[in-house]
Design a protein around this ligand. Structure first.
Ligand SMILES: CSCC[C@H](NC=O)C(=O)O
Length: 136
């Protein structure tokens, strides 16, 4: 189901709780909501649609990829950039890392450990920050 984008910064400042297989509906809602916003959005965290669970979705080229319970376990080569967010107005400066390594579960809850770099890594960092209650 397509959900409205949450702009309540008090809600968004909460740390998301771990997701379980009971949260499968959230995966569908995230996919539907990202799909409805691809003109202005490349990634989303579940709390952005009002669900305080640790689930993110990231547009990887044409493919939306779900990462459940993502954790950044390594980060290298910091750089400064600016980013916007659907939950905010305007752009803000932030520090990101060129290369990261992430542990997560896929939509079947199978565990992965994977390295990402560049643009995809930047989006993942932005969305994992949402899971921590950190907004740019
Ligand atoms: C460069 S990361 C930007 C991510 C942002 N999504 C919000 O969580 C968006 O604009 O899609």
């Amino acid at each position: 189901m397509i959900k409205p984008i949450m702009r309540d910064t008090q809600f968004l400042a909460q740390k998301a709780v771990p997701a379980t297989p009971a949260d499968t509906d959230v995966l569908t809602d995230l996919r539907d909501t990202l799909q409805a916003n691809t003109d202005r959005c490349v990634g989303m965290a579940a709390n952005m649609i009002g669900i305080n669970k640790r689930i993110i979705i990231v547009q990887m080229g044409v493919l939306p990829v779900i990462l459940v319970n993502p954790q950044i376990v390594r980060q290298d080569k910091p750089y400064q950039t600016t980013e916007g967010c659907l939950s905010l107005t305007g752009e803000r400066p932030t520090t990101r890392y060129e290369t990261i390594e992430v542990t997560y579960q896929d939509q079947a809850f199978k565990p992965h450990r994977q390295a990402f770099s560049g643009w995809i890594a930047q989006i993942i960092q932005h969305e994992v920050d949402h899971c921590e209650g950190r907004i740019i």
